[in-house]
Design a protein around this ligand. Sequence first.
Ligand code: NDP
Length: 329
Amino acid sequence: MRSTSSEAISYSQYGPPSDVLQLGKVPIPKNLSPNNIYVDILAAPINPSDINQVEGKYPIRPPLPAVGGNEGVGVIREVGGQVKGFARGDWVVPLIAGQGTWRRSAHFPANSWHRVPNGLPLATAACLGVNPVTAFLMLTKFVDLRPGDVVIQNGGNSGVGQAVIQIARAKGWKTVSVVRGRPRLHDLMTNLKGLGADVVTTEETLKDDLASAQLPRPRLALNCVGGSCSAAIAKTLEKGGTMVTYGGMSMKPVTVPTSLFIFKDLISRGFWLSADDILTGQKAAALDQVVELIEGNQFRFEGELVQFNDFQKALQAGKAGKQVLLFDE
Ligand code: NDP
């Protein structure tokens, strides 16, 4: 029998996630529209942009009350009469944000979802649509990198950062990853090197580590931090190099010395996965390319799986590793 409601983590006003998010039930329409699919969500991560959305600080604002979550992986339970290319039992991931993936089941427009191979590791599949695709597109869209070229990034241990390292390694590009200092920094460096990182360093040691690595100057810099750390990576670029800003984790403006624009012709760009040009063509193709890397054992992702009714614990600031809510009890 069809369910008429689903458990969901929702919010009816913007604010701090731990205050405004609540576990409850949301209705599921009785009839499936011809262009929709009925999806049971298996797992869905908590990304920084999900938090910003609940806080009301993100450009995509679903009408309230809204179910949280923008990505995840689900299995199709039923297919609408007009839907082509999907079948019951297929695993799917969302192509567009704002659909509310922190719930057990829902009807979604079929053209907003993309099929992925069944049986991928659950955390990897749940986190496929945002971070790896962002990494893939930033590495391929702005600079025509040649084998042996160097890419520098900050936030090197973030989900995107780890994807950048692995995709670059698969393509023959070298990476320099800047991370923040911490008590067991050596362990983090070892982990990232295990993924294929060439240089892992901190803002303070970047200059010396780059000199001793004897790599060519980077052609591309990927910035998700801002503040002094954006200046630090931009300064390492070759003449005419490109810095792409895609996040602002330090909450500080991007600062770049004027001289880099004048004397080194620095190119400064921005990237947003939900931009129209990305959604209308590039995202689905990038997803397929990342799946190929996973199937070729060139890409993996380890999130921390948490039962969805423990979402408050998963939301706690300072959690190490990506928290992935599990709905497949
Ligand atoms: P994760 O949650 O996996 O990691 C967060 C990263 O941010 C960690 O490296 C963390 O470092 C770092 N960080 C947190 N606070 C600070 C701070 N105050 N100063 C410097 N670094 C900090 O993140 P994601 O990989 O999911 O996302 C990374 C960024 O990319 C976010 O800003 C996100 O919004 C953005 N993003 C943008 C997209 C786009 O389309 N533009 C798409 C996907 C992501 P530490 O371990 O030291 O705390």
